[in-house]
Write a protein that binds this ligand. Structure first.
Ligand SMILES: *[C@@H]1O[C@H](CO)[C@@H](O)[C@H](O)[C@H]1NC(C)=O
Ligand SMILES: *[C@@H]1O[C@H](CO)[C@@H](O)[C@H](O)[C@H]1NC(C)=O
Ligand SMILES: *[C@@H]1O[C@H](CO)[C@@H](O)[C@H](O)[C@H]1NC(C)=O
Ligand SMILES: *[C@@H]1O[C@H](CO)[C@@H](O)[C@H](O)[C@H]1NC(C)=O
Ligand SMILES: *[C@@H]1O[C@H](CO)[C@@H](O)[C@H](O)[C@H]1NC(C)=O
Length: 332
């Protein structure tokens, strides 16, 4: 899907190039100022026409400025989809019984796999995870798409191949920046319940809560454009204690992800680039998550949720046969 849109974008760009080449002829008849005004206006009109046709709300999204650092790996993997994901990831312990009710019955839950990583995780519980992320400088072959935000509650350690070994992450639903058709269609093609949404902040992973009593308090919220359909809000503060080891986050964020099970998304999140390894980039946090999101029945609130605020670079390989990942344990 991503590549289809790049092709459409390419169709637009030659028109722009053609116009810029043709315009210098007018230079002879008009003054410099007139020429500049004319070419500026025609580029604007063309860009608008192009955007309105292909990306209806590109203009409104493009007005956003972000604090995210640039994609540090685009030049290393120019032929792959790369980007950065800045935001909060946290573990929501739920009962295994509830997890079993929500995860489709044909898929097992690899309890031994998460217990190998979290030996003291409470008995009878399962680690669902929340991700609240800002996708930044996502690109391939030098074509960048607009930034967008997304959030959802995901279910790692799912035995989708029934081999009692390979962990997959089931991501059944997602709130995603309204109007960003590339991202929305990209998620829908996995069979994800995708909710176009308004995010606060609009162009960042989270924002500071002013005058908060707790240090390092940040806020993030997403509300579906269709009122009441879905929402997710988080408030996190700095935590002294690290309840779940970084290895656990690395492990589940790198599990192949699926929604309806027809294809799998291989999102390779790198924890070894400058956006992650610079001093104080990974922050332990504790907070509250409130969500009204399928497959949870009704609105839920979880307190004392532990997680991390961090940015990572990623490489994404889309729409792969899930069978390809039999025995996959994540990248080294
Ligand atoms: C991640 O986002 C936060 C909030 O906008 C920002 O302060 C931080 O600098 C970002 N981190 C990186 C590495 O871009
Ligand atoms: C980059 O994309 C190619 C072609 O899709 C794929 O074979 C390769 O594994 C990707 N590279 C990484 C590091 O994922
Ligand atoms: C992820 O955790 C599982 C154990 O649950 C382990 O077998 C696998 O090697 C881990 N992957 C990585 C990349 O550490
Ligand atoms: C799955 O593998 C685990 C660990 O190797 C083992 O303890 C468990 O009995 C296996 N379950 C089944 C159903 O084979
Ligand atoms: C980061 O990790 C990836 C995958 O594990 C590896 O290919 C790459 O060389 C590493 N980069 C650095 C800067 O260490």
């Amino acid at each position: 899907m991503f590549s289809t849109y790049i092709e459409v974008a390419l169709l637009c760009h030659p028109v722009l190039a053609f116009l810029t080449v043709q315009n210098p002829k007018m230079h002879i008849k008009h003054s410099n100022l007139q020429y500049f005004i004319f070419s500026f206006l025609s580029l604007l009109v063309l860009r608008y026409a192009c955007s309105a046709y292909v990306f209806p709300s590109e203009i409104s999204i493009a007005l956003c400025a972000t604090n995210d650092q640039p994609n540090p790996i685009a030049h290393i993997y120019p032929g792959n989809a790369t980007g950065t994901l800045n935001g909060t990831i946290a573990v929501i312990p739920i009962s295994l019984e509830l997890a079993r009710q929500m995860i489709p019955p044909q898929y097992g839950i690899l309890e031994h796999a998460y217990r190998a990583l979290l030996p003291s995780f409470p008995k009878g519980m399962y680690p669902a995870v929340v991700q609240a992320l800002h996708d930044h400088e996502v690109q391939a072959f030098g074509y960048k798409i607009d930034d967008f935000s997304r959030t959802g509650i995901e279910f790692p350690f799912v035995d989708m191949l029934n081999d009692n070994q390979t962990s997959f992450k089931w991501a059944p639903s997602m709130l995603m920046t309204a109007g960003h058709d590339i991202a929305l269609n990209g998620a829908m093609d996995y069979g994800t319940n995708t909710f176009p949404a308004t995010f606060d902040p609009g162009c960042d992973a989270y924002r500071a809560v002013p005058n908060s009593k707790k240090p390092g308090t940040t806020y993030f919220s997403a509300r579906s454009s269709e009122a009441g359909a879905a929402s997710l809000t988080t408030v996190f503060s700095s935590a002294e204690e690290e309840v779940f080891p970084l290895e656990f986050f690395k492990n589940f964020t790198n599990q192949p992800t699926f929604a309806d099970g027809k294809t799998c998304d291989n999102m390779i999140r790198l924890y070894n680039t400058s956006v992650t390894t610079a001093p104080n980039q990974i922050q332990s946090v504790k907070g509250t998550v409130r969500a009204n999101l399928f497959p949870f029945p009704g609105e839920k609130e979880w307190k004392n949720v532990y997680g991390l605020r961090l940015d990572t670079a990623f490489i994404e390989n889309n729409y792969l046969p899930c069978e390809n990942f039999r025995g996959y344990a994540g990248h080294e």
